[in-house]
Design a protein around this ligand. Structure first.
Ligand code: ADP
Ligand code: MG
Length: 581
Protein backbone atom coordinates (compact mmCIF):
# COMPACT_ATOMS: atom_id res chain seq x y z
CA UNK A 1 0.00 0.00 0.00
CA UNK A 2 1.42 3.31 -1.08
CA UNK A 3 0.24 5.63 1.64
CA UNK A 4 0.95 9.36 1.31
CA UNK A 5 2.16 9.78 4.85
CA UNK A 6 3.42 13.35 4.39
CA UNK A 7 0.08 14.52 3.11
CA UNK A 8 -1.61 12.69 5.97
CA UNK A 9 0.57 14.39 8.57
CA UNK A 10 0.33 17.81 6.97
CA UNK A 11 -3.17 18.29 8.42
CA UNK A 12 -1.67 18.42 11.92
CA UNK A 13 0.29 21.50 11.03
CA UNK A 14 -2.09 24.26 12.13
CA UNK A 15 -2.61 22.55 15.50
CA UNK A 16 0.89 21.22 16.07
CA UNK A 17 1.57 23.13 19.30
CA UNK A 18 -1.62 22.12 21.03
CA UNK A 19 -1.29 18.62 19.67
CA UNK A 20 2.21 18.20 21.10
CA UNK A 21 0.92 19.54 24.40
CA UNK A 22 -1.84 16.91 24.33
CA UNK A 23 0.75 14.19 23.70
CA UNK A 24 2.96 15.50 26.50
CA UNK A 25 -0.03 15.52 28.78
CA UNK A 26 -0.95 11.95 27.76
CA UNK A 27 2.63 10.89 28.57
CA UNK A 28 2.45 12.61 31.93
CA UNK A 29 -0.83 11.02 33.01
CA UNK A 30 0.32 7.59 31.84
CA UNK A 31 3.41 7.92 34.03
CA UNK A 32 1.25 9.10 36.92
CA UNK A 33 -1.04 6.12 36.58
CA UNK A 34 1.98 3.83 36.86
CA UNK A 35 2.71 5.29 40.30
CA UNK A 36 -0.51 4.11 41.93
CA UNK A 37 0.25 0.41 42.40
CA UNK A 38 3.67 1.42 43.71
CA UNK A 39 2.07 3.60 46.36
CA UNK A 40 -0.30 0.77 47.29
CA UNK A 41 2.74 -1.46 47.59
CA UNK A 42 4.39 1.04 49.88
CA UNK A 43 1.34 1.29 52.14
CA UNK A 44 0.98 -2.49 52.31
CA UNK A 45 4.63 -2.81 53.23
CA UNK A 46 4.16 -0.34 56.01
CA UNK A 47 1.22 -2.31 57.41
CA UNK A 48 2.98 -5.65 57.08
CA UNK A 49 6.34 -4.66 58.44
CA UNK A 50 5.81 -1.90 60.97
CA UNK A 51 3.45 -1.72 63.88
CA UNK A 52 0.36 0.31 63.16
CA UNK A 53 1.14 3.39 65.22
CA UNK A 54 4.47 3.91 63.46
CA UNK A 55 2.93 3.36 60.03
CA UNK A 56 -0.04 5.61 60.67
CA UNK A 57 1.72 8.86 59.88
CA UNK A 58 3.24 7.46 56.68
CA UNK A 59 -0.03 6.01 55.47
CA UNK A 60 -1.81 9.32 55.94
CA UNK A 61 0.96 11.02 54.04
CA UNK A 62 0.75 8.55 51.11
CA UNK A 63 -3.01 8.97 51.10
CA UNK A 64 -2.55 12.70 50.59
CA UNK A 65 -0.09 12.12 47.77
CA UNK A 66 -2.57 9.79 46.10
CA UNK A 67 -5.30 12.40 46.31
CA UNK A 68 -3.02 14.94 44.64
CA UNK A 69 -2.14 12.39 41.95
CA UNK A 70 -5.81 11.64 41.30
CA UNK A 71 -6.55 15.33 40.89
CA UNK A 72 -3.56 15.82 38.56
CA UNK A 73 -4.41 12.75 36.56
CA UNK A 74 -8.00 13.74 36.04
CA UNK A 75 -7.11 17.31 35.21
CA UNK A 76 -4.65 15.93 32.64
CA UNK A 77 -7.24 13.55 31.31
CA UNK A 78 -9.70 16.37 30.98
CA UNK A 79 -7.23 18.34 28.89
CA UNK A 80 -6.39 15.34 26.68
CA UNK A 81 -10.04 14.43 26.16
CA UNK A 82 -11.24 17.92 25.49
CA UNK A 83 -8.37 19.37 23.48
CA UNK A 84 -7.68 16.09 21.71
CA UNK A 85 -11.24 15.85 20.49
CA UNK A 86 -11.28 19.51 19.60
CA UNK A 87 -8.18 19.15 17.45
CA UNK A 88 -9.72 16.11 15.79
CA UNK A 89 -12.92 18.02 15.10
CA UNK A 90 -11.04 21.01 13.71
CA UNK A 91 -8.99 18.83 11.39
CA UNK A 92 -12.14 17.10 10.26
CA UNK A 93 -13.77 20.43 9.57
CA UNK A 94 -10.71 21.58 7.57
CA UNK A 95 -10.78 18.42 5.51
CA UNK A 96 -14.50 18.74 4.93
CA UNK A 97 -14.22 22.34 3.71
CA UNK A 98 -11.39 21.38 1.43
CA UNK A 99 -13.35 18.47 0.03
CA UNK A 100 -16.49 20.50 -0.51
CA UNK A 101 -14.62 23.36 -2.23
CA UNK A 102 -12.96 20.85 -4.49
CA UNK A 103 -16.26 19.16 -5.32
CA UNK A 104 -17.77 22.50 -6.33
CA UNK A 105 -15.13 22.78 -9.04
CA UNK A 106 -15.33 19.25 -10.40
CA UNK A 107 -16.77 19.00 -13.88
CA UNK A 108 -20.19 17.67 -14.75
CA UNK A 109 -18.57 14.59 -16.24
CA UNK A 110 -17.54 13.66 -12.68
CA UNK A 111 -21.08 14.00 -11.39
CA UNK A 112 -22.43 11.93 -14.29
CA UNK A 113 -20.61 8.99 -12.68
CA UNK A 114 -21.40 9.57 -9.00
CA UNK A 115 -24.36 9.08 -6.75
CA UNK A 116 -25.06 12.04 -4.49
CA UNK A 117 -25.70 9.73 -1.53
CA UNK A 118 -22.24 8.22 -1.81
CA UNK A 119 -20.64 11.64 -2.04
CA UNK A 120 -22.51 12.68 1.07
CA UNK A 121 -21.15 9.68 2.96
CA UNK A 122 -17.69 10.79 1.97
CA UNK A 123 -18.16 14.29 3.26
CA UNK A 124 -19.64 13.13 6.56
CA UNK A 125 -18.89 9.55 7.60
CA UNK A 126 -15.48 8.96 6.10
CA UNK A 127 -14.10 12.14 7.56
CA UNK A 128 -15.54 11.38 10.98
CA UNK A 129 -13.63 8.10 11.05
CA UNK A 130 -10.53 9.91 9.86
CA UNK A 131 -10.70 12.48 12.65
CA UNK A 132 -10.99 9.65 15.19
CA UNK A 133 -7.73 8.27 13.86
CA UNK A 134 -6.09 11.69 13.80
CA UNK A 135 -6.52 12.44 17.45
CA UNK A 136 -7.15 9.15 19.24
CA UNK A 137 -4.46 7.02 17.69
CA UNK A 138 -1.39 9.02 18.77
CA UNK A 139 -2.79 9.51 22.29
CA UNK A 140 -3.64 5.84 22.60
CA UNK A 141 -0.30 4.67 21.27
CA UNK A 142 1.56 6.88 23.72
CA UNK A 143 -0.65 5.85 26.62
CA UNK A 144 -0.57 2.12 26.02
CA UNK A 145 3.11 1.85 25.21
CA UNK A 146 4.16 3.81 28.32
CA UNK A 147 1.85 1.85 30.58
CA UNK A 148 2.89 -1.46 29.05
CA UNK A 149 6.62 -0.85 29.11
CA UNK A 150 6.50 0.85 32.50
CA UNK A 151 4.59 -1.93 34.20
CA UNK A 152 6.77 -4.56 32.54
CA UNK A 153 9.93 -2.98 33.90
CA UNK A 154 8.47 -2.50 37.38
CA UNK A 155 7.23 -6.11 37.49
CA UNK A 156 10.62 -7.39 36.38
CA UNK A 157 12.13 -5.44 39.21
CA UNK A 158 9.69 -6.94 41.70
CA UNK A 159 9.69 -10.57 40.58
CA UNK A 160 11.33 -11.94 37.43
CA UNK A 161 9.85 -15.50 37.17
CA UNK A 162 6.28 -14.35 37.74
CA UNK A 163 6.70 -11.52 35.20
CA UNK A 164 7.93 -13.98 32.60
CA UNK A 165 4.97 -16.26 33.32
CA UNK A 166 2.53 -13.38 32.75
CA UNK A 167 4.42 -12.27 29.68
CA UNK A 168 4.06 -15.71 28.06
CA UNK A 169 0.31 -15.30 28.00
CA UNK A 170 0.40 -12.03 26.11
CA UNK A 171 1.29 -13.16 22.58
CA UNK A 172 -1.54 -15.68 22.72
CA UNK A 173 -3.93 -12.93 23.75
CA UNK A 174 -2.56 -10.72 20.96
CA UNK A 175 -3.03 -13.39 18.30
CA UNK A 176 -6.50 -14.13 19.58
CA UNK A 177 -7.33 -10.47 19.46
CA UNK A 178 -6.16 -10.12 15.86
CA UNK A 179 -8.05 -13.23 14.82
CA UNK A 180 -11.30 -11.92 16.23
CA UNK A 181 -10.53 -8.51 14.87
CA UNK A 182 -10.61 -9.92 11.36
CA UNK A 183 -13.92 -11.62 11.98
CA UNK A 184 -15.39 -8.55 13.60
CA UNK A 185 -14.15 -6.33 10.81
CA UNK A 186 -15.77 -8.47 8.18
CA UNK A 187 -18.99 -8.48 10.17
CA UNK A 188 -18.89 -4.70 10.54
CA UNK A 189 -18.25 -4.16 6.84
CA UNK A 190 -21.23 -6.34 6.03
CA UNK A 191 -23.20 -4.37 8.58
CA UNK A 192 -22.41 -1.13 6.82
CA UNK A 193 -23.33 -2.49 3.43
CA UNK A 194 -26.63 -3.72 4.78
CA UNK A 195 -27.54 -0.45 6.48
CA UNK A 196 -26.61 1.25 3.19
CA UNK A 197 -29.09 -1.03 1.42
CA UNK A 198 -31.76 -0.23 3.97
CA UNK A 199 -31.17 3.49 3.49
CA UNK A 200 -31.22 3.18 -0.27
CA UNK A 201 -34.54 1.35 -0.02
CA UNK A 202 -36.00 4.06 2.20
CA UNK A 203 -34.79 6.79 -0.13
CA UNK A 204 -36.20 5.03 -3.15
CA UNK A 205 -39.60 4.21 -1.66
CA UNK A 206 -40.17 7.53 0.07
CA UNK A 207 -38.75 9.57 -2.79
CA UNK A 208 -41.15 7.83 -5.12
CA UNK A 209 -44.07 7.74 -2.70
CA UNK A 210 -46.40 9.35 -5.25
CA UNK A 211 -45.66 6.63 -7.76
CA UNK A 212 -45.95 3.95 -5.07
CA UNK A 213 -49.36 5.15 -3.99
CA UNK A 214 -50.63 5.79 -7.50
CA UNK A 215 -49.85 2.18 -8.41
CA UNK A 216 -51.21 1.08 -5.00
CA UNK A 217 -47.94 -0.81 -4.52
CA UNK A 218 -47.46 -0.10 -0.82
CA UNK A 219 -47.37 -3.79 0.07
CA UNK A 220 -44.71 -4.42 -2.55
CA UNK A 221 -42.54 -1.66 -1.10
CA UNK A 222 -43.09 -2.90 2.46
CA UNK A 223 -42.03 -6.36 1.30
CA UNK A 224 -38.86 -5.03 -0.32
CA UNK A 225 -38.08 -2.98 2.76
CA UNK A 226 -38.63 -5.85 5.15
CA UNK A 227 -36.25 -8.04 3.17
CA UNK A 228 -33.48 -5.46 3.47
CA UNK A 229 -34.35 -4.88 7.10
CA UNK A 230 -34.11 -8.60 7.79
CA UNK A 231 -30.73 -8.85 6.07
CA UNK A 232 -29.50 -5.98 8.21
CA UNK A 233 -30.72 -7.75 11.32
CA UNK A 234 -28.87 -10.93 10.31
CA UNK A 235 -25.65 -9.01 9.76
CA UNK A 236 -25.98 -7.35 13.15
CA UNK A 237 -26.39 -10.72 14.78
CA UNK A 238 -23.09 -11.69 13.16
CA UNK A 239 -21.37 -8.64 14.64
CA UNK A 240 -22.66 -9.24 18.12
CA UNK A 241 -21.65 -12.85 17.97
CA UNK A 242 -18.10 -11.98 16.97
CA UNK A 243 -17.96 -9.30 19.65
CA UNK A 244 -19.27 -11.57 22.37
CA UNK A 245 -16.82 -14.33 21.39
CA UNK A 246 -13.94 -11.94 21.54
CA UNK A 247 -14.75 -10.12 24.75
CA UNK A 248 -15.47 -13.27 26.69
CA UNK A 249 -12.45 -15.16 25.41
CA UNK A 250 -10.23 -12.21 26.25
CA UNK A 251 -11.83 -11.92 29.66
CA UNK A 252 -11.26 -15.61 30.36
CA UNK A 253 -7.64 -15.12 29.40
CA UNK A 254 -7.18 -12.24 31.78
CA UNK A 255 -8.70 -14.31 34.53
CA UNK A 256 -6.31 -17.15 33.69
CA UNK A 257 -3.44 -14.74 34.11
CA UNK A 258 -4.82 -13.59 37.44
CA UNK A 259 -5.18 -17.17 38.64
CA UNK A 260 -1.63 -17.94 37.56
CA UNK A 261 -0.31 -14.96 39.46
CA UNK A 262 -2.34 -15.78 42.57
CA UNK A 263 -1.35 -19.46 42.62
CA UNK A 264 2.35 -19.02 41.82
CA UNK A 265 2.57 -15.89 43.93
CA UNK A 266 1.03 -17.64 46.92
CA UNK A 267 3.48 -20.52 46.50
CA UNK A 268 6.35 -18.05 46.47
CA UNK A 269 4.97 -16.41 49.58
CA UNK A 270 4.88 -19.83 51.24
CA UNK A 271 8.54 -20.42 50.53
CA UNK A 272 9.20 -16.81 51.51
CA UNK A 273 10.67 -15.71 48.16
CA UNK A 274 7.95 -13.05 47.82
CA UNK A 275 5.77 -11.04 50.16
CA UNK A 276 2.06 -10.17 50.13
CA UNK A 277 2.68 -6.56 49.21
CA UNK A 278 4.42 -7.62 45.97
CA UNK A 279 1.62 -10.04 45.11
CA UNK A 280 -0.97 -7.29 45.47
CA UNK A 281 1.15 -4.97 43.34
CA UNK A 282 1.44 -7.67 40.73
CA UNK A 283 -2.29 -8.11 40.54
CA UNK A 284 -2.72 -4.37 40.15
CA UNK A 285 -0.29 -4.21 37.23
CA UNK A 286 -1.80 -7.10 35.29
CA UNK A 287 -4.42 -4.75 33.89
CA UNK A 288 -1.69 -2.49 32.48
CA UNK A 289 -0.07 -5.41 30.68
CA UNK A 290 -3.13 -6.92 29.08
CA UNK A 291 -4.76 -3.60 28.20
CA UNK A 292 -2.89 -3.00 24.92
CA UNK A 293 -3.54 -6.60 23.81
CA UNK A 294 -7.24 -6.22 24.43
CA UNK A 295 -7.30 -2.87 22.63
CA UNK A 296 -5.45 -4.26 19.63
CA UNK A 297 -8.77 -5.04 17.98
CA UNK A 298 -10.14 -1.61 18.56
CA UNK A 299 -6.97 0.17 17.54
CA UNK A 300 -6.41 -1.76 14.36
CA UNK A 301 -10.01 -1.16 13.39
CA UNK A 302 -9.66 2.53 14.09
CA UNK A 303 -6.49 2.56 12.07
CA UNK A 304 -7.96 0.75 9.08
CA UNK A 305 -11.11 2.81 9.01
CA UNK A 306 -9.20 6.06 9.32
CA UNK A 307 -6.75 5.14 6.59
CA UNK A 308 -9.55 4.03 4.30
CA UNK A 309 -11.34 7.30 5.02
CA UNK A 310 -8.23 9.24 4.11
CA UNK A 311 -7.72 7.30 0.92
CA UNK A 312 -11.29 7.91 -0.14
CA UNK A 313 -10.82 11.58 0.67
CA UNK A 314 -7.71 11.67 -1.51
CA UNK A 315 -9.43 9.83 -4.30
CA UNK A 316 -11.74 12.79 -4.75
CA UNK A 317 -9.11 15.42 -3.99
CA UNK A 318 -6.87 13.89 -6.65
CA UNK A 319 -9.63 13.98 -9.25
CA UNK A 320 -8.74 17.01 -11.32
CA UNK A 321 -11.55 19.18 -12.62
CA UNK A 322 -11.54 18.20 -16.29
CA UNK A 323 -12.49 21.68 -17.24
CA UNK A 324 -10.32 24.42 -15.84
CA UNK A 325 -8.87 27.74 -16.85
CA UNK A 326 -5.78 27.68 -19.02
CA UNK A 327 -2.67 29.30 -17.49
CA UNK A 328 -3.51 32.79 -18.77
CA UNK A 329 -7.24 32.88 -19.39
CA UNK A 330 -8.64 35.70 -21.49
CA UNK A 331 -11.63 37.91 -20.83
CA UNK A 332 -13.24 40.09 -23.47
CA UNK A 333 -14.29 43.69 -22.82
CA UNK A 334 -17.81 42.74 -23.91
CA UNK A 335 -19.56 39.88 -25.64
CA UNK A 336 -21.17 40.39 -29.05
CA UNK A 337 -22.60 36.90 -29.04
CA UNK A 338 -21.21 35.20 -32.12
CA UNK A 339 -20.94 31.46 -31.57
CA UNK A 340 -19.11 29.19 -33.95
CA UNK A 341 -18.75 25.42 -33.91
CA UNK A 342 -15.81 24.35 -36.06
CA UNK A 343 -15.82 20.71 -37.06
CA UNK A 344 -16.80 19.68 -33.53
CA UNK A 345 -16.90 16.05 -32.37
CA UNK A 346 -17.94 14.99 -28.92
CA UNK A 347 -18.55 11.84 -26.94
CA UNK A 348 -19.17 11.37 -23.22
CA UNK A 349 -16.22 9.72 -21.46
CA UNK A 350 -17.97 6.50 -20.58
CA UNK A 351 -19.23 5.92 -24.08
CA UNK A 352 -17.48 5.33 -27.31
CA UNK A 353 -20.34 6.38 -29.53
CA UNK A 354 -20.11 9.85 -30.98
CA UNK A 355 -22.83 12.22 -29.80
CA UNK A 356 -21.75 15.21 -31.92
CA UNK A 357 -20.25 14.27 -35.24
CA UNK A 358 -18.07 16.72 -37.21
CA UNK A 359 -20.52 19.55 -36.75
CA UNK A 360 -19.92 23.08 -38.02
CA UNK A 361 -22.30 25.93 -37.34
CA UNK A 362 -22.10 29.70 -37.00
CA UNK A 363 -24.65 31.66 -35.00
CA UNK A 364 -24.52 35.44 -35.47
CA UNK A 365 -24.82 38.04 -32.73
CA UNK A 366 -28.45 38.57 -31.81
CA UNK A 367 -29.67 35.64 -33.94
CA UNK A 368 -32.56 33.48 -32.77
CA UNK A 369 -31.80 29.90 -33.73
CA UNK A 370 -33.95 26.86 -33.03
CA UNK A 371 -32.52 23.39 -32.80
CA UNK A 372 -34.92 20.54 -33.43
CA UNK A 373 -34.51 16.81 -33.70
CA UNK A 374 -35.71 13.58 -32.18
CA UNK A 375 -34.98 12.78 -28.58
CA UNK A 376 -31.37 11.64 -28.20
CA UNK A 377 -30.22 13.53 -31.31
CA UNK A 378 -27.67 15.47 -29.25
CA UNK A 379 -29.43 18.85 -28.89
CA UNK A 380 -28.82 19.27 -25.16
CA UNK A 381 -25.27 18.03 -25.57
CA UNK A 382 -24.57 20.52 -28.34
CA UNK A 383 -25.87 23.40 -26.23
CA UNK A 384 -23.89 22.31 -23.18
CA UNK A 385 -20.64 22.61 -25.13
CA UNK A 386 -21.08 26.40 -25.32
CA UNK A 387 -20.71 27.13 -21.57
CA UNK A 388 -17.98 24.45 -21.59
CA UNK A 389 -19.88 22.11 -19.30
CA UNK A 390 -18.09 19.44 -21.30
CA UNK A 391 -14.95 19.70 -23.38
CA UNK A 392 -15.17 19.01 -27.10
CA UNK A 393 -13.38 15.86 -28.17
CA UNK A 394 -12.31 17.32 -31.52
CA UNK A 395 -12.62 20.69 -33.22
CA UNK A 396 -13.35 23.93 -31.41
CA UNK A 397 -16.08 26.21 -30.18
CA UNK A 398 -15.51 29.93 -30.62
CA UNK A 399 -17.16 32.87 -28.90
CA UNK A 400 -16.69 36.15 -30.77
CA UNK A 401 -13.82 34.48 -32.59
CA UNK A 402 -12.02 33.29 -29.45
CA UNK A 403 -11.67 29.61 -28.64
CA UNK A 404 -13.73 29.16 -25.47
CA UNK A 405 -10.95 27.02 -24.00
CA UNK A 406 -8.82 30.12 -23.80
CA UNK A 407 -11.49 32.24 -22.15
CA UNK A 408 -11.82 32.62 -18.42
CA UNK A 409 -14.41 30.05 -17.39
CA UNK A 410 -16.11 32.43 -14.99
CA UNK A 411 -16.30 35.14 -17.63
CA UNK A 412 -17.66 32.69 -20.22
CA UNK A 413 -20.37 31.28 -17.98
CA UNK A 414 -21.43 34.71 -16.70
CA UNK A 415 -22.14 35.55 -20.32
CA UNK A 416 -24.53 32.68 -20.93
CA UNK A 417 -27.98 32.18 -19.46
CA UNK A 418 -29.48 28.71 -19.46
CA UNK A 419 -33.15 27.94 -18.93
CA UNK A 420 -33.87 24.25 -18.72
CA UNK A 421 -36.89 22.04 -18.47
CA UNK A 422 -36.28 21.03 -14.84
CA UNK A 423 -35.80 23.99 -12.62
CA UNK A 424 -33.70 23.63 -9.53
CA UNK A 425 -34.66 25.97 -6.72
CA UNK A 426 -32.51 26.24 -3.62
CA UNK A 427 -33.92 26.23 -0.13
CA UNK A 428 -34.39 29.82 0.94
CA UNK A 429 -36.86 32.56 0.10
CA UNK A 430 -38.26 33.44 -3.31
CA UNK A 431 -36.16 36.60 -3.12
CA UNK A 432 -32.96 34.60 -2.47
CA UNK A 433 -33.73 32.31 -5.36
CA UNK A 434 -34.14 35.10 -7.87
CA UNK A 435 -31.12 36.92 -6.51
CA UNK A 436 -29.08 33.81 -7.30
CA UNK A 437 -28.82 35.29 -10.80
CA UNK A 438 -26.85 38.21 -9.41
CA UNK A 439 -26.02 38.13 -5.71
CA UNK A 440 -25.33 41.88 -5.73
CA UNK A 441 -28.79 42.86 -7.00
CA UNK A 442 -30.92 45.14 -4.82
CA UNK A 443 -34.46 44.20 -3.74
CA UNK A 444 -35.84 46.61 -6.36
CA UNK A 445 -33.83 44.92 -9.10
CA UNK A 446 -35.09 41.53 -7.96
CA UNK A 447 -38.68 42.75 -8.08
CA UNK A 448 -38.15 44.29 -11.51
CA UNK A 449 -36.78 40.95 -12.77
CA UNK A 450 -39.81 39.20 -11.33
CA UNK A 451 -42.08 41.65 -13.21
CA UNK A 452 -40.20 40.99 -16.44
CA UNK A 453 -40.53 37.25 -15.89
CA UNK A 454 -44.30 37.50 -15.33
CA UNK A 455 -43.74 36.26 -11.81
CA UNK A 456 -44.52 39.30 -9.67
CA UNK A 457 -48.25 38.76 -9.34
CA UNK A 458 -48.07 35.13 -8.27
CA UNK A 459 -45.26 35.93 -5.86
CA UNK A 460 -47.25 38.67 -4.14
CA UNK A 461 -50.13 36.19 -3.83
CA UNK A 462 -47.93 33.81 -1.79
CA UNK A 463 -48.47 33.94 2.00
CA UNK A 464 -45.15 35.71 2.64
CA UNK A 465 -44.69 37.20 -0.81
CA UNK A 466 -41.05 37.55 -1.73
CA UNK A 467 -40.07 36.15 1.65
CA UNK A 468 -41.99 32.90 1.20
CA UNK A 469 -39.69 29.96 1.86
CA UNK A 470 -39.12 27.49 -0.95
CA UNK A 471 -37.92 23.96 -0.47
CA UNK A 472 -38.77 20.89 1.48
CA UNK A 473 -40.73 22.65 4.18
CA UNK A 474 -41.63 25.70 2.14
CA UNK A 475 -44.29 26.55 -0.41
CA UNK A 476 -44.97 24.25 -3.29
CA UNK A 477 -44.87 25.94 -6.64
CA UNK A 478 -46.33 24.77 -9.92
CA UNK A 479 -44.05 23.93 -12.84
CA UNK A 480 -44.89 27.19 -14.59
CA UNK A 481 -44.24 29.24 -11.44
CA UNK A 482 -40.87 27.60 -10.90
CA UNK A 483 -39.98 28.22 -14.51
CA UNK A 484 -40.84 31.91 -14.17
CA UNK A 485 -38.58 32.18 -11.11
CA UNK A 486 -35.77 30.62 -13.09
CA UNK A 487 -36.41 33.11 -15.90
CA UNK A 488 -36.34 35.99 -13.40
CA UNK A 489 -32.94 34.72 -12.31
CA UNK A 490 -31.68 34.94 -15.87
CA UNK A 491 -33.13 38.44 -16.25
CA UNK A 492 -31.02 39.48 -13.28
CA UNK A 493 -27.95 37.78 -14.68
CA UNK A 494 -28.58 39.62 -17.94
CA UNK A 495 -26.33 37.52 -20.20
CA UNK A 496 -25.79 38.36 -23.88
CA UNK A 497 -26.29 34.70 -24.84
CA UNK A 498 -29.29 32.52 -24.02
CA UNK A 499 -29.85 28.81 -24.20
CA UNK A 500 -33.43 27.68 -23.74
CA UNK A 501 -33.51 23.90 -23.51
CA UNK A 502 -37.11 22.71 -23.76
CA UNK A 503 -37.95 25.41 -21.25
CA UNK A 504 -41.68 25.10 -21.79
CA UNK A 505 -41.96 21.39 -22.61
CA UNK A 506 -43.19 20.26 -19.23
CA UNK A 507 -45.85 22.95 -18.95
CA UNK A 508 -49.54 22.83 -19.70
CA UNK A 509 -50.94 25.19 -22.33
CA UNK A 510 -52.06 27.82 -19.88
CA UNK A 511 -48.79 28.20 -17.99
CA UNK A 512 -46.89 27.84 -21.23
CA UNK A 513 -48.56 31.05 -22.37
CA UNK A 514 -47.26 33.19 -19.49
CA UNK A 515 -43.85 31.54 -19.52
CA UNK A 516 -43.55 32.04 -23.24
CA UNK A 517 -44.46 35.68 -22.89
CA UNK A 518 -41.66 36.06 -20.31
CA UNK A 519 -39.24 34.26 -22.59
CA UNK A 520 -40.16 36.47 -25.52
CA UNK A 521 -39.15 39.52 -23.46
CA UNK A 522 -36.01 37.75 -22.25
CA UNK A 523 -34.66 36.87 -25.70
CA UNK A 524 -34.83 40.45 -27.03
CA UNK A 525 -31.39 41.64 -28.02
CA UNK A 526 -29.63 38.41 -27.08
CA UNK A 527 -28.13 35.64 -29.15
CA UNK A 528 -30.58 32.83 -28.50
CA UNK A 529 -30.43 29.11 -29.04
CA UNK A 530 -33.75 27.49 -28.39
CA UNK A 531 -34.24 23.76 -28.22
CA UNK A 532 -37.89 23.05 -28.55
CA UNK A 533 -40.51 20.72 -29.76
CA UNK A 534 -43.32 23.24 -29.68
CA UNK A 535 -44.13 24.72 -32.99
CA UNK A 536 -44.95 28.09 -31.44
CA UNK A 537 -41.39 28.47 -30.19
CA UNK A 538 -39.78 27.37 -33.42
CA UNK A 539 -41.84 29.44 -35.84
CA UNK A 540 -40.31 32.71 -34.62
CA UNK A 541 -36.81 31.42 -35.18
CA UNK A 542 -34.81 33.11 -37.90
CA UNK A 543 -33.21 29.78 -38.61
CA UNK A 544 -34.14 26.24 -37.73
CA UNK A 545 -31.42 23.63 -37.46
CA UNK A 546 -32.35 19.99 -37.72
CA UNK A 547 -30.05 17.73 -35.78
CA UNK A 548 -29.93 14.00 -36.27
CA UNK A 549 -27.39 11.67 -34.68
CA UNK A 550 -25.10 14.60 -33.91
CA UNK A 551 -25.12 15.99 -37.46
CA UNK A 552 -26.95 18.91 -39.00
CA UNK A 553 -29.17 17.45 -41.68
CA UNK A 554 -31.06 20.56 -42.70
CA UNK A 555 -31.33 24.23 -41.89
CA UNK A 556 -33.47 27.16 -42.96
CA UNK A 557 -36.73 28.89 -42.08
CA UNK A 558 -39.87 26.98 -41.20
CA UNK A 559 -41.41 27.47 -44.65
CA UNK A 560 -38.20 26.65 -46.52
CA UNK A 561 -37.74 23.45 -44.59
CA UNK A 562 -41.34 22.35 -45.05
CA UNK A 563 -40.98 22.89 -48.76
CA UNK A 564 -37.90 20.63 -48.88
CA UNK A 565 -40.01 17.73 -47.59
CA UNK A 566 -36.95 16.31 -45.85
CA UNK A 567 -36.29 15.31 -42.24
CA UNK A 568 -37.87 18.51 -40.90
CA UNK A 569 -41.17 17.85 -42.58
CA UNK A 570 -41.11 14.26 -41.24
CA UNK A 571 -40.33 15.54 -37.75
CA UNK A 572 -43.00 18.17 -38.20
CA UNK A 573 -45.66 15.65 -39.07
CA UNK A 574 -44.64 13.44 -36.11
CA UNK A 575 -44.20 16.08 -33.41
CA UNK A 576 -45.96 19.28 -34.31
CA UNK A 577 -48.99 18.30 -36.34
CA UNK A 578 -52.11 19.16 -34.47
CA UNK A 579 -50.45 21.78 -32.24
CA UNK A 580 -52.69 24.80 -32.45
CA UNK A 581 -50.21 27.61 -32.90
P1 ADP B 1 -31.36 15.38 -26.88
O1 ADP B 1 -31.23 16.60 -26.01
O2 ADP B 1 -31.33 15.68 -28.34
O3 ADP B 1 -32.55 14.56 -26.54
P2 ADP B 1 -28.95 14.55 -25.57
O4 ADP B 1 -27.94 15.55 -25.96
O5 ADP B 1 -29.53 14.68 -24.22
O6 ADP B 1 -30.10 14.47 -26.67
O7 ADP B 1 -28.31 13.10 -25.68
C1 ADP B 1 -27.58 12.66 -26.80
C2 ADP B 1 -26.96 11.30 -26.49
O8 ADP B 1 -26.01 11.41 -25.47
C3 ADP B 1 -27.98 10.28 -26.01
O9 ADP B 1 -27.64 9.06 -26.61
C4 ADP B 1 -27.77 10.22 -24.52
O10 ADP B 1 -28.01 8.93 -24.05
C5 ADP B 1 -26.31 10.58 -24.37
N1 ADP B 1 -26.06 11.32 -23.14
C6 ADP B 1 -26.69 12.45 -22.75
N2 ADP B 1 -26.19 12.91 -21.58
C7 ADP B 1 -25.22 12.05 -21.22
C8 ADP B 1 -24.32 11.97 -20.11
N3 ADP B 1 -24.33 12.89 -19.15
N4 ADP B 1 -23.45 10.94 -20.06
C9 ADP B 1 -23.44 10.01 -21.05
N5 ADP B 1 -24.24 10.03 -22.11
C10 ADP B 1 -25.13 11.03 -22.21
MG1 MG C 1 -32.38 17.28 -24.48
Amino acid sequence: MNFPIRKFLSYYKPYLNVFLLVLACATFISLLSLAFPLLVRYVTHEILENDLSAAFHDILWVGCVMIVLVILQNAGNFFVDFKGHEIGARMESDLRSELFSHMQKLSLSFYDKQKTGQLMTRITNDLLLLSELYHHAPEDYVKYSIRFLGSFIILLYINVPLTIAVFCFLPVLGVLSLYFNKKLNRALTRNKERIGDVNAQIEDSLGGIRVVQSFANEELEIGKFNRENQRFLESRKGTYKAEAYFFNTAEAFVQMITITVVVFGAMQILDASMNLADLITFLLYIGFMVEPMQKLTHMSMQFQEGITGFQRFLQIMNTKPEIENQPEPKSLPSIDGQIEFKDVCFHYNDRTNTVIDHLSLTIHPGEYVAIVGFSGAGKTTLASLIPRFYEVTEGEVLLDGENIRELDLHFLRKGIGVVQQDVYLFSGSVMDNIRYGNPEASDEEVILAAHQANAHSFITDLPDGYHAEIGQRGVRLSGGQKQRLSIARVFLKNPPILILDEATSALDNESEGVVKEALDTLVKGRTTIVIAHRLSTIRNAGRIIVLSKGKITEQGSHEELLRQEGSYSRLYSKQFEGQVN
